[in-house]
Design a protein around this ligand. Structure first.
Ligand code: HEC
Length: 101
């Protein structure tokens, strides 16, 4: 019981140490699947995720990631709020970019 509690504390500590820890990656995942993947997949094939892991990718920092999400958001006219952008950033960072600050 006590071990479980310690593990929980440890993991929540780790989660807080990540950028975008305010964002909800589950919600972000659904948002990306709904709004973003189709176009990326058309250009990059598969599920489109190669766009985030390609060698010459644009995004190289957590600041760059949120900026790029904001660009796409504006370009697509989706009018996401800042907390919604954070959900998407949390998902993309946890799944692909893995920036730790
Ligand atoms: C209409 C097509 C289209 C849609 C829809 C789209 N994107 Fe993109 N996105 C692109 C293209 C094209 C690039 C690559 C630009 C380049 O290589 O210069 C890109 C690049 C990116 C990158 C940077 C990848 C890297 O190189 O690190 C991110 C992050 C990204 N998009 C996020 C999103 C998000 C989040 C959404 C949904 C809100 C979205 N995109 C919707 C076309 C699209």
């Amino acid at each position: 019981m006590r071990t479980a509690l310690l593990l929980m504390l440890l993991f929540s500590g780790l989660a807080l140490a990540q950028p975008f820890s305010e964002g909800n990656a589950q919600i972000g995942k659904a948002m990306v699947e709904k709004h973003c993947i189709e176009c990326h997949a058309r250009r990059f094939g598969g599920d489109g995720s190669k766009i985030y892991t390609r060698e010459n990718r644009i995004v190289n920092s957590s600041k760059g990631l949120i900026a790029q999400i904001r660009n796409c958001n504006t370009m697509l006219g989706m009018k996401w709020f800042e907390d919604e952008e954070l959900n998407v950033a949390a998902f993309l960072n946890q799944s692909y970019y893995h920036f730790d600050k």
